[in-house]
Design a protein around this ligand. Structure first.
Ligand SMILES: Nc1ncnc2c1ncn2[C@@H]1O[C@H](COP(=O)(O)OP(=O)(O)OP(=O)(O)O)[C@@H](O)[C@H]1O
Ligand SMILES: [Mg+2]
Length: 392
């Protein structure tokens, strides 16, 4: 449904429309609506309802002053911006006198439009809230990173009534360009994948990203990995971060599944994340792998906090004893511990999510506790509870 918080644009060419689009990017509750500057396309009716109106006028044309006066009469007081590419000081003065609240001269840029809109809309432009980004990495191959990312995503998407957690819109970005298998784990046959994003790099925005994602029955949305092996350097660092930014704008939680091998864009994505979940086995090899990762992150200057998850704890003794010992040896707290559970393998062989197929299994219980601890950790990091109104 359209609200009255739309900015109406009637532009002679694409430059002004693009500038307004850029100015509104990242703002919530403000949409862009188009009309024709000659009065067509419902200009008058739309102008009356709009939060602000930006109309491009050729100041040299006959009747420009009359048009502006008429527009000012149809627009809410103080909400009319006239874009007059070639207006000199004298003409700008005339436009103000005809009723313009502000006048933009060429070239039309997003910065100029935003400055003008923030002036006339004052406190009405609210930045869109961003969701939290959780990157999941592993200390060694097969640690359980993908299983954890997918099950956590499903739990967050569903919410947890017992713990009073509202359902959250949740995305999983499978950036494992060579061996990503999240689509298989969810038994999905997506028609699009990250390859579509790579091929349309200059057109990607949050809406495009959502369009190429596939929705799983749990509610999570997946950006699928390629069906073929793609070189890791097919993705550039700034574009990888841009993809994550778009996801953070579209979803309350974004989980990123990263390749085991580190490449040019690994550290930028990890630095952009709010939290790094590091998955490792509670073994000597697991602890050594985790130490290597923690040291590698520090050496690369990544400041993002790490939430260490030990996966595949076996037996009561190991469950009670290992997390503390590993935490001491790594000088890093263990965020959560997950038990070994044959149901995990059974679920992935069936293309089912463990938390859905075996909700009462030990692994599912541990995963729910892990999700709650993770959310708690995000809260302590100051992740804004921007969607609290949905929970009410
Ligand atoms: N706690 C567990 N108990 C038993 N099996 C598990 C457990 N966690 C994960 N697994 C199983 O281990 C296998 C590997 O897990 P997964 O694919 O999630 O690991 P990964 O770290 O993503 O591996 P890769 O290095 O290939 O990306 C899967 O078959 C999964 O079901
Ligand atoms: Mg994996």
């Amino acid at each position: 449904m359209k609200t009255d918080r739309h900015v109406l644009v009637a532009a002679a060419d694409a430059e002004l429309t693009r500038a307004v689009g850029g100015a509104l990017q990242g703002l919530r509750n403000v949409s862009l609506e188009l009309a024709r500057p000659d009065g067509g396309g419902g200009l008058w009716a739309k102008a009356a309802r709009a939060a602000a109106v930006i109309v491009e006028v050729d100041v040299r044309a006959n009747g420009a002053g009359t048009l502006v006066r008429r527009l000012a009469g149809s627009t809410r007081a103080g909400r009319l911006v006239i874009a007059a590419r070639e207006a000199d000081a004298e003409r700008v003065r005339l436009l103000f006198r005809a009723g313009a609240a502000d006048v933009l001269t060429g070239p039309f840029t997003a910065e100029a439009v935003r400055a003008s809109l923030s002036e006339i809309l004052r406190g009405e432009l609210e930045p869109a809230p961003e969701g939290s980004v959780i990157s999941v990495i592993k200390g060694h191959g097969g640690a359980g990173a993908t299983s954890l990312a997918l099950n956590l995503a499903a739990l967050l998407a569903k919410g947890d009534a017992k713990r009073q957690r509202a359902p959250l819109s949740t995305a999983v970005l499978d950036l494992d360009l060579q061996f990503g298998d999240s689509d298989l784990a969810l038994d999905l046959s997506p028609r699009s994948s990250i390859l579509d994003v790579l091929q349309a790099s200059d057109r990607v925005d949050p809406r495009f990203l959502e369009g190429v994602m596939v929705e799983h029955a749990s509610g999570l949305k997946l950006l699928s990995p390629p069906q073929t092996i793609v070189p890791l350097d097919a993705l550039q660092a700034d574009f990888a971060v841009e993809i994550v930014d778009h996801a953070a704008r579209a979803f309350q939680r974004t989980l990123v599944d990263l390749p085991g091998a580190w490449c040019d864009w690994t550290m930028p994505v990890l630095s952009r994340s709010d939290l790094i979940v590091l998955v490792a086995a509670p073994t000597v090899a697991g602890a050594v792998g985790a130490r290597r990762v923690i040291e590698g992150l520090a050496a690369a200057g990544v400041q993002t906090p790490v939430f260490l998850v030990l996966n595949r704890l076996q037996g009561l003794l190991e469950t009670l004893d290992k997390p503390g010992r590993i935490a001491r040896s790594l000088a890093a707290p263990v965020g959560a511990a997950l038990r070994f559970d044959p149901a995990a393998v059974k679920a992935s062989d069936r293309g089912q999510l463990l938390v859905e197929a075996f909700p009462n299994s030990p692994f599912a219980k541990d995963l729910r506790a892990c999700a709650a601890k993770l959310e708690g950790r995000l809260e302590t990091l100051g992740a804004p509870d921007v969607f609290a109104d949905l929970a009410a």
